[in-house]
Ligand binder design. Structure first.
Ligand SMILES: [Zn+2]
Length: 435
């Protein structure tokens, strides 16, 4: 069986009309992170229609109101129509945390972990992050770009139109830049939107073992300035965790990012708790994982614009009993988003719908909260809230059409891709399953 994404017909009308939508989730409202009970408001319109033009959303509403427009009535025969009878339309998912630049799946880790092996035993058997580093260093930019594009297409087929993509398995100047170039090459061949992040501070590379501070200096003085100068990244990320980088080192990396005009985000509180005040002082766009965030820091987060990005795919794949404490964060007023954490070691899934299902079943989020966290709040985590995350006039025409009658089914059916059609930049990206 072969899957393929048909390319849009570039010569077609610049206008696209989605008609007969059973349920349209507009997510309309403020262009700011939705907190507390506002996370439940998905702005449903039934029997709806959406008009797109020039890559943007032009009109949204009840079908009879949208079709009443005089210009539309006159020009309807020239406008491409997409019949969404019996279907749900929502903003394309925004996957705001992924690591797509890797060469191979990590099957040694997978099998060894099942048999109860420790992190050290997995590394000794040739698995672990070191195997990903060796493979990325050996791969060509073209090979990596092809892998990234395949992942982006898998994401698109499952409802995602915007992706944050990190480097982080090169861990040398040359291989980190090669990874960012591979992301750019793939993004240029993909109809959705990609935001690049430099994650040179993922772990200390083997040649700097015992010399973490020296590697941090190299990241701050060499890799970050080069990535910024070449406009290859918009954000800098750091893995702030026991065994990776300390809070002090992470703050140095944040400071270097800001000196070079780049935004910041961090992996933090995944396995162990860290105090967040020093990182929050740099106004990071997001702090990600947050499984072990402490009570005092929940209050600090509530007063900030930083989005807490929760990544339950990693908890699922690592077989953890516990999941990120979404309820506590939401009920405290913290802005949260959801993402796949697509990566070869801990979360090899491109499916936001699976993440939504996990958030509902294991984190007690409502389907509406999960959708808002995967669209509008994820847009905020990438600084894209003015262009993306809702279906409102003036926003980018990035839409997902699901073959379900009720939006709650998107999180209900799991491991079942119900995405029927995608619209990215106002163009239909039809895909079909071929035998
Ligand atoms: Zn990650």
């Amino acid at each position: 069986m072969r899957h393929k994404v048909k390319l849009p017909n570039r010569a077609s009308s610049p206008y696209l009309l989605l008609t007969n939508i059973s349920q349209l989730l507009t997510l309309r409202g403020e262009s700011a992170p939705r907190r507390g009970s506002a996370l439940n408001a998905v702005g449903i319109i039934e029997d709806a229609s959406v008009l797109c033009g020039g890559g943007k959303i032009v009109a949204v509403g009840r079908q009879r109101e949208v079709l009443r427009d005089e210009w539309l009535r006159k020009n309807r025969s020239k406008i491409h129509e997409l019949d969404c009878s019996g279907r749900v339309v929502l903003p394309g998912f925004i996957d705001c945390h992924t690591h797509p630049v890797f060469a191979e799946p990590r099957l040694i880790d997978f099998e060894k972990r099942i048999s109860g092996a420790s992190y050290e035993e997995i590394a000794a058997a040739g698995g672990g992050i070191r195997s990903s580093i060796a493979a990325v260093r050996a791969a060509s930019r073209k090979e990596l770009a092809d892998k990234v594009l395949a992942a982006l297409n898998a994401m698109l087929r499952q409802g995602t139109t915007t992706v944050e993509a990190k480097s982080g398995y090169g861990l040398s100047t040359e291989s980190e830049i090669k990874s960012l170039e591979a992301i750019r090459d793939a993004a240029n061949r993909w109809p959705g939107t990609v935001q690049s992040t430099l994650l040179a501070a993922h772990v200390v590379p083997p040649e700097f073992a015992g010399k973490a501070d020296q590697y941090v200096e190299k990241v701050c003085d060499e890799i970050i300035p080069l990535a910024a100068r070449r406009k290859l990244a918009r954000y800098v990320d750091v893995f702030c965790e026991r065994g990776a980088f300390t809070l002090e080192q992470s703050e140095k990396i944040f400071a270097a990012a800001r000196r070079n005009g780049l935004g910041t985000r961090a992996h933090v509180c995944q396995f162990t708790s860290s105090r967040l005040a020093g990182l929050l002082a740099h106004h990071p766009a997001s702090l990600d994982h947050m499984d072990c965030v402490g009570e005092e820091d929940v209050a600090a987060l509530n007063g900030s614009d930083t989005v807490a990005v929760l990544l339950p795919g990693a908890n699922y794949f690592l077989g953890h009993k516990d999941y990120p404490g979404a309820r506590r964060l939401i009920d405290s007023g913290v802005a949260i988003a959801l993402a796949t954490d697509y990566n070869p070691g801990t979360s090899p899934t491109p499916s936001m719908a699976f993440v939504l299902s996990t958030a509902c079943t294991h984190m007690r989020m409502s389907p509406a909260e999960a959708i808002c966290a995967a669209t509008m709040n994820a847009a905020c985590a990438l600084g894209l809230q003015a262009q993306k995350g809702t279906i409102e006039p003036g926003k980018d025409a990035d839409l997902a059409v699901f073959d379900v009658r009720d939006y709650r089914e998107i999180a209900y059916w799991f491991a079942w891709n119900r995405c029927a059609e995608m619209v990215a930049g106002g163009e239909v990206q039809s895909f079909a399953v071929d035998d």
